[in-house]
Design a protein around this ligand. Structure first.
Ligand code: HEC
Length: 145
């Protein structure tokens, strides 16, 4: 089975990409690169957009409940996202979604937005609201490996 080298590295050496990212992130901040983010800054952004505070408990329900479609979030990411998941259709490994277990998570707003859009459409049949994204982030950030 083949999977991207970066995923492989992230699983084997969870700390190395974070260092590389931190340096690149500092460089980008100096040049005001919009792609530079942290799980905290993304959650704050969604909460500000929603105009109300996030709830980790609501995030867990959204993540693990069935929403009338074939898949739940946990079908691919697992109900314990500090651990690796597996794509429900292709069987491909997916690195842990919780940032405490995977330093690359929620550091690239374009990537986060792309997958929220795609996965919420698959699971809920619509895009997630800003509040729902903030809720999911609050729950994922509360998890420790
Ligand atoms: C059919 C499988 C599948 C389902 C169901 C699924 N995901 Fe994903 N998700 C993926 C894959 C594949 C990726 C991209 C690969 C990676 O980042 O490891 C991903 C990435 C993400 C990311 C990107 C995180 C980052 O690195 O910034 C978020 C956020 C996410 N998923 C949230 C969700 C949420 C919320 C749900 C439920 C509404 C969900 N996913 C359901 C397969 C799935």
């Amino acid at each position: 089975m083949s999977h991207p080298a970066s995923t492989h590295r992230a699983l084997k050496h969870p700390h190395r990409p974070a260092h590389r990212w931190a340096l690149a992130c500092l460089a980008a901040l100096a040049g005001s690169g919009a792609w530079c983010a942290t799980p905290d800054s993304l959650q704050s952004g969604y909460a500000a957009q929603a105009g109300s505070p996030p709830s980790a408990a609501r995030g867990q329900v959204l993540f693990t409940a069935r929403h009338g479609h074939d898949w739940q979030c946990s079908s691919c990411h697992g109900a314990v996202p500090t651990q690796p998941g597996r794509h429900a259709a292709t069987g491909k490994p997916i690195g842990p979604l919780a940032p405490a277990a995977n330093a690359e998570r929620f550091t690239d707003p374009a990537k986060t937005e792309k997958w929220f859009r795609r996965n919420c459409n698959d699971v809920l049949g619509r895009e997630c609201s800003a509040l729902e994204k903030a809720d999911v982030l609050a729950w994922l950030r509360s998890l420790q490996p």
